[in-house]
Design a protein around this ligand. Structure first.
Ligand code: B3K
Ligand code: ZN
Length: 873
């Protein structure tokens, strides 16, 4: 497999103005007839007069140019391309191909999911449907005719507006769809199936009525309400916050059970992993409800950031993904709690993006080469990409930023553009020069800010010295300094905000946050008028995606945790306290846990003014994998032991307060999913987890009672996890009951698998192997694979990294079996062993051996090859 490079980008030599597709749908053999209108692209340089189309796994039945069948001498058919030796400047091309949806286990192109047929074309799946210029800078108007058996496929959907429905002889019917908006082929979609529909309406800001439809298999009809509410909220929010109105008369969502990712923003016809549509309080956790709200919003927001304005090439993926994640994060912040959302964003970045930056697959937000684009749908492109948009919004402030996005939408509507085009709009509207800021898009790696402070009590001066640097990443040994917003607050010894007054200020500064801008390798910030030494509250709101290092004292952190008005900084202070303690405990289990730290957590628990959701965040430790990243050589068992030790120390010393928090937050409305109710359940279940870290019959009974009586999945699952972690019979009986109760609901059975696979109890790897033979397990369903294999490898450090290497062996066995079926999922699973260099010699050798074993296999997909080979480089 060869890398594709950004530097090699050339505009397409031909454009396709119109696409007229006719599908005769059938699970075994579908025929696809395509009528394509080509014209030479005036913006491109002339080639040799030939045309090359992308096409994979297609059986060519017919090929006509301008109505004439081409002879084999006039074209060449290769494994992944169709070359026509001579074409005029304008012409019509007609092709007919056969494809096999039921054999498509990669779930890319047209495939079968249970009783239905569906498509997934991003990034390069359309070429598995028909011969085409499968690249995002070719925008065409699509008309789609679907023909199928009326009984098996009564519902036939495609992008755009419904044109007609006709009965045909022999029990078949035909439905025609037309999409008036030119689009790249990756946004094409079709669905065929026996589906039920939930309908609703939305009146747009200009008074147009939009039909909203969610299609699901009939037995899921009663679990679509939350998704529909979320859709309407998102539509309103995008009008108000970004001035974006929906453009078609119909918005359709279809839930399918086999899906590689979360969902897909196809024009007017989103296809969703059913996990992000279906929910009722008895089957879905609060996290599921929140996931649905944000994914529904995310896909809806793509209609403007992705569909109306799309990417020029796949290196620009963050243009749509980074911006759209920023938009969905802002949406979630505004419909829920901004602090809690920002903490979740920061935690995700630290747990997933920072490690990516530190590993062998590190890449810039705008990568400059890839072997398989599917490997670049990453936390870097999505979440760090969102941070880049957020930093620019912060530098401009809300009004200017809105003007910049307005300009972007206006100027580039209907175009395929680059991240640079986006930044240019920001520059023009603000009159700023973002040349240095652009480095963020091109430079990989997580920057460090190393900070020192001193206070001059006689001159009332407080000085911060900030040094920024970024460690090297593969292919980028030398890094340049970045331009970033540094939001700073200062607290006095009473916890009050001080004004951040700098030399040369003309105006009086109000007390509170001040956003400074860093550009240099070293910056000195000199704050005037501070009689006593303040406690710095830095990077408020997580103003830049960096690692900040500063020698906080415990007292500083306790002070910030108690008084800071910035939710992120309060949480960050708690994280730092916990991290410090946990790392010390990892090295030395006899480390004393200071009373003042315990008292700070007690105060947080007792604080009536703080949102329970935020209290729960303050009491949630940095993850074991995050702690692992802080060590030169990961001590898997030491970290796990430290986690338990700190939990049981808090469980013991805060027993009464945790019990009180538990009792107080026994929800009066247990099936309500408001932010308030969700926050209270989180706090209650976090309290229960800390209490369960101490052996004791009383709390054990509490947990068991919760499991037996809860009428919402959040509480049920929280209790089940704890009972299973407890080990032995305590967990076996509840697991059995849970299975029996939910055996007919696949999304809940996913949870049953995942609770077992993510348990820290001994023998988990073996149990997972056993579960792979369970009749409900299947490598063909990505949700199942993630719930069992993914949970063990990505969410269970201590068992996955078992010293005997059994976790690694299991992973490589699965990857080898899965790769021929579904390379995307196989490549994703490999992530946790890519950072093998960070472990002790024994584990290193085992991980390397498994990676080598994978690489040695003859017929690897490009997906797995790229990841495994880069890891061993
Ligand atoms: N754009 C899709 C992701 C497609 C993944 C292709 N491997 C979902 C999203 O980000 O909204
Ligand atoms: Zn997206």
């Amino acid at each position: 497999p060869h890398p594709v490079r950004l530097a090699d980008y050339r505009p397409p030599e031909f454009l396709i103005e119109r696409v007229d597709l006719t599908f005769e749908l059938d699970e075994q053999v579908t025929t696809v007839h395509a009528l394509l209108e080509f014209s030479r692209n005036p913006a491109a340089t002339r080639g040799d007069g030939s045309l090359t189309l992308d096409g994979e796994q297609l059986e060519l039945i017919e090929l006509k140019l301008a109505g004439q069948t081409l002879t084999p001498a006039e074209y060449q058919l290769e494994a992944e391309a169709l070359r026509i030796h001579r074409v005029p400047d304008r012409f019509q091309l007609e092709t007919q191909v056969r494809i096999h949806p039921n054999r498509n286990t990669a779930l890319e192109g047209l495939y079968q999911s249970g009783p239905m047929l569906c498509t997934q074309c991003e990034a390069e799946g359309f070429r598995k449907i028909t011969f085409f210029l499968d690249r995002p800078d070719v925008l065409s108007r699509f008309r789609t005719t679907l023909i199928a058996d009326q009984d098996r496929f009564p519902v036939l959907l495609a992008n755009g507006n419904l044109v007609s429905e006709t009965r045909l002889p022999a029990g078949r019917h035909q439905v025609i769809w037309d999409d008036p908006f030119p689009k790249p082929c990756y946004l094409f979609a079709l669905i065929g199936g026996d589906l039920s529909v939930v309908e609703d309406q939305f009146r747009t800001c200009s008074g147009r009525d939009i039909g909203l439809r969610i299609f699901v298999e009939p037995h899921n009809l009663d679990r679509c309400g939350h998704a529909m509410q979320a859709l309407k909220k998102a539509m309103r929010w995008d009008e108000e916050r970004f001035g974006r109105e929906y453009d078609l008369d119909l918005y359709m969502i279809v839930a399918v059970s086999h899906f590689n990712m979360g969902a897909m923003e196809n024009k007017g016809l989103n296809v969703f992993n059913d996990k992000f549509v279906l929910a009722s309080p008895d089957t879905a956790t609060d996290e599921d409800f929140q996931g649905i709200e944000s994914v529904i919003a995310h896909e809806y927001f793509h209609n403007w950031t992705g569909n109306r304005i799309t990417c020029r090439d796949w290196f620009q993926l963050s243009l749509k993904e980074g911006f759209t994640v920023y938009r969905d994060q802002e949406f979630s912040a505004e419909v829920g709690s901004r602090d809690v959302q920002r903490i979740a964003d920061a935690r995700f970045l630290r747990n997933h993006q920072f490690p990516e930056d530190a590993g062998p697959m590190a890449h810039p937000v705008r990568p400059d080469s890839y072997i398989e684009i599917n490997n670049f749908y990453t936390p870097t492109v999505y979440n760090k990409g969102a941070e880049l948009v957020r930093m620019q919004a912060c530098l401009l402030g809300p009004e200017l930023f809105r003007r910049a996005t307005d300009r972007y939408f206006e100027r580039h509507d209907g175009q395929a553009v680059t991240t640079d085009d986006f930044v240019r709009c920001i520059e023009e509207v603000s009159g700023r020069d973002l040349a240095q800021f652009r480095r963020w898009y091109a430079q990989a790696g997580t920057p460090y800010l190393d900070i020192e402070a001193d206070h001059d009590a006689t001159r009332h001066l407080y000085r911060l010295r900030i040094r920024q640097w970024t460690p090297p990443t593969p292919g980028q040994p030398v890094k340049e300094p970045l331009h970033l917003p540094f939001a700073l607050g200062l607290l006095d010894d009473q916890g009050r905000e001080c004004p951040v007054r700098l030399e040369g200020d003309v105006q009086d500064q109000p007390a509170g946050t001040r956003v400074l801008e860093l550009r240099e390798l070293e910056t000195e910030i000199c704050v005037l008028g501070l009689r006593t030494r303040p406690v710095p509250s830095m990077l408020r709101g997580f103003s830049a995606p960096v690692k900040l290092r500063y020698a906080f004292t415990n007292a500083d952190l306790i002070h910030l945790m108690r008084y800071d008005r910035d939710g992120f900084c309060r949480w960050d202070a708690a994280q730092r306290l916990q991290e410090r303690l946990l790392l010390r405990l990892t090295q030395d289990p006899t480390t004393l846990i200071p009373d003042d730290v315990v008292a700070a957590f007690r105060d947080a628990l007792r604080d009536p003014a703080t949102d329970p959701a935020l209290i729960a965040e303050l009491l949630t430790f940095p993850s074991e994998s995050y702690l692992a990243d802080q060590l030169d050589v990961v001590d898997v068992d030491g970290i796990h032991r430290a986690h338990r030790q700190l939990a049981s120390h808090l469980g013991t010393h805060l027993n009464d307060d945790l019990m009180a928090a538990y009792a107080h937050n026994q929800d009066p409305a247990p099936t309500e999913v408001t932010p308030r109710a969700i926050g209270r359940r989180r706090l209650k279940n976090r309290a229960l987890a800390l209490l369960m870290a101490v052996d004791g019959a009383k709390v054990f009974n509490l947990c068991q009672t919760q499991f037996e009586t809860a009428d919402n999945m959040t509480d049920t699952l929280a209790a089940l996890r704890l009972l299973v972690d407890h080990g032995g019979a305590a967990g076996d009986a509840p697991l059995q009951r849970f299975y029996e109760r939910w055996s007919q609901v696949p999304l809940v059975i996913d949870k049953w698998f995942s609770v077992q696979a993510s348990s820290c109890r001994e023998g988990t790897v073996e149990r997972v192997r056993g579960l792979m033979a369970h009749p409900d397990f299947s490598l063909r369903n990505p949700n199942r694979v993630r719930s069992l294999i993914g949970a063990l490898c990505h969410a269970n450090s201590v068992q996955f990294h078992a010293a005997d290497g059994s976790g690694y062996r299991l992973l490589s066995d699965v990857v080898l079996e899965l790769d021929p079926l579904n390379p995307q999922i196989a490549a994703r699973l490999l992530k946790p062993i890519l950072s093998w260099r960070r472990y002790d010699a024994g584990r290193q050798a085992q991980m390397r051996r498994e990676l080598a074993r994978v690489l040695e296999t003859g017929e690897l997909s490009a997906d797995v090859y790229e990841v495994a080979s880069k890891a061993l480089d």
